[in-house]
Design a binder for this molecule. Structure first.
Ligand code: ADP
Ligand code: MG
Length: 291
């Protein structure tokens, strides 16, 4: 009797859903979300597992340091429940790292110079002083170390170094390149025709800023063929290189050690050694000004 069978399975399903809903209600975040969305219990019961997943995903984002850590189905995005006209639907919202990618072009078009920097943030002062000194003494013929500037998200790392480089370009005729590293890797991989000249540019420009290193999903190719080659050449040519990162140099080393085998660790170490030769390590931890 198919009908009886159907009814029975249906009942079991409903009971299961109710049970799941009840146990989900132990979590105060879950209850808050249901309240927030003004869901009727009948609807909430059906959506329990999807709502739980959304809460879980948001928690994962709180400790995330970049794309390489993202395990979401649609990397760089969060599936967020929204309510519209009495209905709940799920929409993909870009995470803070993804937003950074979107902002990048906008930022590159809008050139910032040293005069634009405000000096209210005391945490930035040490960096600004260092930059002042660098600006005064930089000369293309001198072998000067750049910075490995790491620290919290939105603290001004990219902003400060971009202003310095733009200023050098316009006033001292220095050739500069500001490269959003995760994006650069992606485009080097996709556009093979451009690979040669882009790499040449990255290797030879007077000052290179590799922005947001460590945020990418690093591959052996990206690490050894791209990053390794760029850094080795810049060392040989005595060119200044800057980095910004959300990761400390130790964390970056772990990030670059992809498979954690000993060969891999050696390769990661080699990159780190080059970065250390090229830069002075500085930290900038401050409020997030990206609002
Ligand atoms: P990070 O690279 O550390 O994640 P950003 O450099 O992108 O952060 O800084 C975030 C935003 O904060 C910038 O886009 C800029 O608008 C603002 N900002 C940071 N520092 C300054 C500063 N000294 N003067 C003016 N604006 C700043
Ligand atoms: Mg940045």
């Amino acid at each position: 009797m198919p009908l009886v069978k159907e009814l029975t399975t249906k009942n079991i399903d409903v009971l299961d859903l109710e049970k799941n809903f009840k146990s989900a209600c132990v979590d105060k975040d879950f209850v808050a979300l249901v309240k927030n969305l003004k869901l009727e219990p009948k609807v909430a019961i059906k959506m329990t597992s999807k709502l739980q997943r959304a809460i879980e995903a948001e928690k994962e984002c709180q400790n995330c340091k970049g794309f390489f850590m993202c395990k979401h189905a649609y990397p760089g995005h969060l599936e967020v429940p929204k309510r519209k006209d009495k209905k709940v639907y799920f929409t993909y919202v870009p995470c803070k790292y993804q937003k950074q990618v979107f902002e990048k072009e906008e930022k590159l078009n809008k050139k910032i110079y040293i005069k634009d920097i405000d000096t209210q943030d005391k945490k930035q002062l040490e960096i600004i002083k260092w930059m002042d000194q660098f600006y005064e003494t930089y000369d293309v013929s001198r072998n000067k170390k750049g910075l490995y500037l790491h620290g919290s998200f939105g603290s001004g790392k990219t902003y400060l170094l971009t202003a310095l480089l733009n200023e050098l370009e316009i006033n001292k005729n220095v050739s500069i390149e500001i490269v959003y590293f995760p994006e650069a890797l992606r485009s080097l991989k996709e556009d093979f025709d451009a690979f040669g000249y882009k790499m040449h540019r990255y290797m030879t420009v007077n000052i290179l800023l590799l922005d947001d290193i460590g945020a990418e999903n690093v591959t052996e190719w990206g690490r050894d063929e791209v990053l390794g080659t760029i850094l080795q050449t810049r060392m040989d040519k005595k060119k200044t290189t800057f980095f910004t990162s959300n990761l400390s140099i130790t964390e970056l080393e772990q990030n670059l050690s992809i498979s954690k085998t000993s060969v891999d660790k050696v390769k990661a170490r080699r990159i780190i050694e080059r970065i250390k030769q090229l830069t002075k390590d500085m930290e900038l931890i401050s409020e997030n000004r990206r609002k």
